[in-house]
Ligand binder design. Structure first.
Ligand SMILES: Cc1cc2nc3c(=O)[nH]c(=O)nc-3n(C[C@H](O)[C@H](O)[C@H](O)COP(=O)(O)OP(=O)(O)OC[C@H]3O[C@@H](n4cnc5c(N)ncnc54)[C@H](O)[C@@H]3O)c2cc1C
Length: 353
C-alpha cells in the first residue's frame, strides 16, 4: 500500500530468511534455548556457529552446512539437565506457541531423546528480522508527508516487538503533532470509485481462478527463483513469470468476503515478489550473508554499495531505484566490531558432550 501511495522502500533485497522447525510453521527459538545451553548442531551433533541468533551471516553458515553434506541441521537440547529442558518446554509450549508442543508430542519428538530437525524458511520482507521495509526517518516519517510506518514493515533493522512498540509511540506523538497543523486533505471521488471497483472486481466473477490457486503459484515461483543464492538469470525468469501471473489477475474470483481478502492479499504477495526481484537485481554486490548472496556478484563492494537502496514508483508508474547515503552512526562503531558478524563459524567443530 505504501508503494502504491508513492512512498520509498529501503533495502528490499535484504530478505528475511529464518531457521525453522521442519514442517512446523514456527520459530526454532534459539533465543529461548540458547541462554539455557541449547545450540544449533549438524548431523554429527557438532556445533558449527558461535551465535545462533538470526542474521544473514548465521543463515549463510546454516546453508553452507546443509551444502556440505553435514545436514540436516538440528536444535540440540538432549545434553541438558531435566529441569533445564522442562523450563524450555514451559516457555516454548505455553508462552511462545502451544501448537509447537502438540506438534512434537504427536510425532513422539522429545527434546530429551533427540534433537529437533530444522530447515530454511521461505523468503519474506520484515525489518523485524532483517532490514527491508518502508523507509522511515528517526520520527517514523515515510517519504510522504503525513504517512508513518513502524514495526515489521518499516525500515528499522532488527527491531522486533520492542522496536515496534517504541517506534509506534514515537510515530504516534509525531503524527499527532503533524495532524494538529494540517487540514484534512481533499480527496478525489473518481480515484475512490476506481479503487472500489478494483477491490471488488473478484466478487463480480462467478467463475475463474481462486485466490488459493494464484497465491500457491506465486509463492512457488518465489521459492523456485528468488531464494538465495541469487542467480541473475533466475531472477529475470521470475520477473517474466510474475508478469504472466499479473495477466491472469482479471480472472481472479472470490465467492465470499474471506476469499476477497485472500484475493487482495495475493496481489500484495505478487507486488512483494516483484519488488524482491527488482531490488535484488539492482544491488550488484553481495551483503548481509545469505540474505543478499548474489552468485554473479559474490563480493561485498563498500565503494559502490555502502548505501541504502531505495525502491519507488516513478511518475510513469514504473518500479525505479536510487541510492541513498547512510547517515553517520550516532555511536561510533569500531571497524573490528563492524565485521564481527563475519566470523560466526566455529573454527574447529566441538564434539557434543
Ligand atoms: C514466530 C515469531 C516469534 C517472535 N518472537 C519475538 C520475540 O520473542 N521477541 C520480539 O521482540 N519479537 C519477536 N517476534 C517479532 C515480533 O512479533 C514482530 O516484530 C512484531 O509483532 C511486529 O509488530 P507489527 O505491529 O509491526 O506487526 P504485526 O504484529 O504483524 O501486526 C500487523 C497486523 O496487521 C494486520 N493486517 C495485515 N494486513 C492488513 C490489512 N490489509 N488490513 C488490516 N489489517 C491488516 C495483521 O493481521 C496484523 O494483526 C517474533 C515474530 C514471530 C513471527
Amino acid at each position: 500500500m505504501a508503494y502504491h501511495a508513492g512512498a520509498e522502500l529501503a533495502n528490499l533485497e535484504c530478505y528475511q530468511i529464518n531457521p525453522l522447525i521442519k514442517d512446523y510453521n514456527g520459530p526454532s527459538c534459539a533465543y529461548v534455548t540458547g541462554p539455557f545451553g541449547g545450540f544449533t548442531a549438524n548431523n554429527k551433533g557438532d556445533r558449527f556457529i558461535e551465535c545462533d541468533y538470526w542474521s544473514g551471516q548465521m543463515m549463510l553458515e546454516f546453508w553452507r552446512e546443509l551444502q556440505s553434506g553435514n545436514g540436516p541441521v538440528y536444535l540440540k537440547m538432549d545434553h541438558l539437565a531435566e529441569e533445564t529442558i522442562s523450563e524450555i518446554e514451559t516457555i516454548l509450549h505455553t508462552n511462545e506457541r502451544p501448537s509447537r508442543g502438540r506438534f512434537h508430542e504427536r510425532r513422539g519428538n522429545d527434546y530429551r531423546k533427540r534433537p529437533v530437525e530444522m530447515h530454511i524458511s521461505e523468503i519474506g520482507f520484515c525489518s523485524g528480522h532483517s532490514a527491508s521495509g518502508v523507509w522511515v526517518d528517526e520520527n517514523a516519517r515515510t517519504t510522504i508527508p503525513g504517512l508513518y510506518a513502524v514495526g515489521d514493515m518499516a525500515s528499522v533493522p532488527h527491531n522486533y516487538m520492542l522496536g515496534a512498540f517504541v517506534n509506534g509511540g514515537i510515530a504516534g506523538a509525531d503524527a499527532a503533532e503533524y495532524c494538529a497543523n494540517v487540514d484534512l486533505a481533499a480527496f478525489d471521488e473518481g480515484y475512490l470509485a476506481a479503487e472500489k471497483e478494483r477491490v471488488l472486481a473478484p466478487t463480480r466473477r462467478s467463475d475463474g481462478l481462486t485466490p488459493h490457486e494464484m497465491e500457491f503459484k506465486t509463492r512457488r515461483l518465489v521459492n523456485d527463483y528468488l531464494e538465495p543464492p541469487k542467480v541473475t538469470a533466475k531472477m529475470e525468469i521470475a520477473q517474466r513469470r510474475f508478469a504472466e501471473i499479473r495477466e491472469d489477475l482479471n480472472e481472479l474470483c472470490a465467492s465470499d468476503p474471506h476469499e476477497l481478502l485472500r484475493a487482495l492479499e495475493m496481489q500484495t504477495i505478487l507486488d512483494c515478489a516483484d519488488m524482491a526481484a527488482a531490488a535484488s537485481l539492482y544491488r550488484t554486490e553481495s551483503r548481509w550473508g545469505f540474505y543478499h548472496l548474489r552468485v554473479d556478484h559474490p563480493q561485498t563492494d563498500d565503494e559502490n554499495w555502502y548505501c541504502h537502496t531505495m525502491l519507488y514508483k516513478d511518475e510513469n508508474g514504473r518500479m525505479s531505484h536510487r541510492k541513498r547515503e547512510i547517515d553517520p552512526y550516532v555511536v561510533p562503531v569500531e571497524a573490528e566490531e563492524m565485521a564481527a558478524y563475519h566470523q560466526l563459524r566455529v573454527k574447529t567443530p566441538q564434539a557434543a558432550e
